[in-house]
Design a protein around this ligand. Structure first.
Ligand SMILES: C[S@@+](CC[C@H](N)C(=O)[O-])C[C@H]1O[C@@H](n2cnc3c(N)ncnc32)[C@H](O)[C@@H]1O
Length: 292
C-alpha cells in the first residue's frame, strides 16, 4: 500500500491524500472480497483475446462468458452514483475484426446500466496493416448505474478553439460566448498510446496512458472515492486515482506486472514517477518543436 500527499493539487491549498494498492490475484477471487456498492469508478482494459503475452486465445463464446462473470461483479461492487468504463479494441481473427464493445454491449445492458458515451480514443501509433486500414482508435464504454451519477465537467475542460470569441448581437452582445474554463472535451480523445518513446513505458505491452484515466477519475469521482481496476496490469489506473486524492485499488494475475506496479507506486510517492501531463499537446511533426 502506498499513501501519498500531494500538496495544493486540485483543491488549491488543501493537501490531498491519495493511495494506490494492488493485489496479486485472479479478479473473480479478488472482487468477491470487495464490499457491494463501495466503488465509485471501475475502469479497466481487459485482454482482447489476441494471444498476447498475458493471455491465452480462447473461442469467442468462452471469452465472452468469462467477461460476463467479471462484469456482473463489477456491477455488484459499483456505488449507485458510480460509473464503469470498459476500454476495448478489436478481436482479430485471420484479418477479420470483431469490435469487442459491440460484442459486450448486451452484457452490460442486461444489468440495466445506462450508456452515457462511447468514447473514441484515437492514437497515432500501431501496426501498419497491408490488407485493411491501420487501426488507430479503441473505445471506452462509459456506463452508469443510475441517472444520479457523479459527474464534473470543469476539471476536464480543454482549451476553446476561439477563447476570446464574444456574442456580437442580441442581449448578450459583447459577452464571452464560450465558457472561460474551456470547452467540453467531446467523446473523441486524442491521447498518445504508450509505445517505446512514451515517458510511462514499462515492460507491459498494453498499459493505459495515465492521462486517459485521469480524465475519467476527475470527471466521474470525488476526492476520497475508490477507483478499481480488475485487470490492473502495471497499476496505471491506481496511479491516476492516487494522483488526484482518490483510493486506487485493483488486482493483477501476473506477479511481474504487480512488481512493476508497486515500483511505480513507490516512485509516485517519492516524486520520481515520470508521467505525460494531462492536456499536453500531441506532438505534431509539422510544427516547430513538434508544437510543444
Ligand atoms: C490490457 S492489460 C491491462 C493493462 C493496464 N490497463 C495497465 O495500465 O497496465 C490486461 C491485464 O489483465 C491481466 N489479467 C488477465 N486475466 C486476469 C484475471 N483473471 N485476473 C486479473 N488479471 C488478469 C493480464 O495479466 C494483463 O496484465
Amino acid at each position: 500500500m502506498h499513501q501519498l500527499r500531494i500538496d495544493g493539487c486540485d483543491t488549491g491549498h488543501v493537501p490531498i491524500v491519495g493511495s494506490a494498492h494492488i493485489t496479486e490475484a485472479d479478479n473473480l477471487d479478488y472482487l468477491a472480497s470487495i464490499e457491494s456498492e463501495s466503488v465509485k469508478l471501475v475502469v479497466t482494459s481487459p485482454p482482447y483475446n489476441l494471444g498476447k503475452d498475458y493471455e491465452r486465445r480462447s473461442p469467442l463464446d468462452d471469452y465472452l462468458a468469462a467477461q460476463t462473470k467479471v462484469v456482473a461483479e463489477a456491477v455488484r461492487v459499483l456505488h449507485p452514483a458510480g460509473s464503469i468504463c470498459w476500454q476495448v479494441g478489436n478481436y482479430v481473427d485471420n484479418g477479420e475484426i470483431v469490435p469487442l464493445d459491440i460484442l459486450l454491449y448486451d452484457t452490460f445492458a442486461k444489468h440495466d446500466l445506462k450508456l452515457r458515451n462511447r468514447i473514441v480514443w484515437h492514437f497515432g501509433h500501431g501496426l501498419h496493416c497491408s490488407r485493411r486500414l491501420s487501426g488507430r482508435y479503441e473505445t471506452i464504454l462509459w456506463w452508469t448505474k443510475t441517472d444520479d451519477y457523479t459527474w464534473h465537467l470543469d476539471p476536464i475542460r480543454v482549451p476553446s478553439k476561439y477563447p476570446g470569441k464574444r456574442h456580437f448581437k442580441g442581449p448578450r452582445a459583447g459577452e464571452l460566448s464560450g465558457n472561460p474554463l474551456g470547452k467540453n472535451p467531446s467523446d473523441v480523445w486524442e491521447i498518445p498510446n504508450v509505445k517505446s518513446n512514451h515517458p510511462e513505458k514499462t515492460t507491459h505491452p498494453c498499459q493505459f496512458p495515465i492521462e486517459l484515466v485521469e480524465r475519467l477519475v476527475l470527471s466521474m469521482t470525488d476526492e476520497g472515492d475508490t477507483v478499481l481496476d480488475p485487470y490492473a496490469g502495471v497499476g496505471s489506473a491506481q496511479i491516476a486515482a492516487a494522483m488526484h486524492g482518490r483510493t486506487g485499488i485493483g488486482c493483477e494475475l501476473d506477479a511481474s506486472y504487480v512488481a512493476v506496479a508497486r515500483e511505480r507506486f513507490a516512485q509516485l510517492a517519492d516524486g520520481t514517477l515520470r508521467t505525460r501531463p494531462m492536456g499536453k499537446p500531441v506532438y505534431d511533426p509539422n510544427l516547430p518543436n513538434g508544437g510543444h
